[in-house]
Design a protein around this ligand. Structure first.
Ligand code: GDP
Ligand code: MG
Length: 162
């Protein structure tokens, strides 16, 4: 095992979808309470000859915190725990205020970050990648968690930075 990778990003950008694809299973943890399912948070990714731990910080919920404070804490956990951080954004929505706030925190941390623009399902949506250069985190990579596009390149980049 090489180390730990954390996934961060606003709600609904596709973190859980990508996490589930990367760990290669779709099971969610079933809570003791009937009818309650929770997202799985920890997993292991195997890629070529490498493997690493992965955390979906979006699944870490902090009770009674306002929404922006919750993301803040998730990013703090990622910075603390991870060797490399995957920052997921959405081609469908473009750069949002919360993306800028996350980007600023990640920049300050000096941790290696892979900026992924998810939901780039087609060529038109892939064009949205350019505005993400403004986040100041280097070259954004387009991916589609739903269609499994670009995930191999994403993993190559992660391994390169570990
Ligand atoms: P999370 O809140 O960041 O964990 O996001 P989820 O993984 O729960 O996904 C939020 C929604 O976006 C779901 O309806 C997914 O099916 C959808 N989604 C995830 N990845 C993609 C993608 O690549 N393309 C499209 N069009 N939808 C996606
Ligand atoms: Mg999720």
């Amino acid at each position: 095992i090489r180390g730990t990778v954390a996934i961060v990003g606003r709600p609904n950008v596709g973190k859980s979808t990508i996490f589930n694809r990367l760990i290669g299973e779709r099971k969610s943890i079933v809570d003791d309470t009937p009818g309650v399912t929770r997202d799985r948070i920890y997993g292991t990714v195997e890629w070529l000859t490498q493997s690493f731990h992965i955390i979906d910080t979006g699944g870490i919920q902090i009770e009674d915190q306002p929404f922006s404070e919750e993301i803040n804490m998730q990013v703090d956990i990622a910075i603390e725990e991870a060797d490399v951080i995957i920052f997921i954004t959405s081609a469908k929505e473009g750069v949002m205020t919360d993306d800028m706030a996350i980007a600023r925190k990640l920049q300050k941390s000096n941790k290696p970050v892979v900026l992924a623009v998810n939901k780039a399902d087609n060529q038109e949506l892939q064009m949205a990648v350019y505005e993400f250069y403004s986040l100041g985190l280097g070259d954004p990579m387009t991916i589609s968690g739903a269609h499994g596009i670009g995930l191999g390149d994403l993993l190559d980049k992660v391994i390169e930075l570990m």
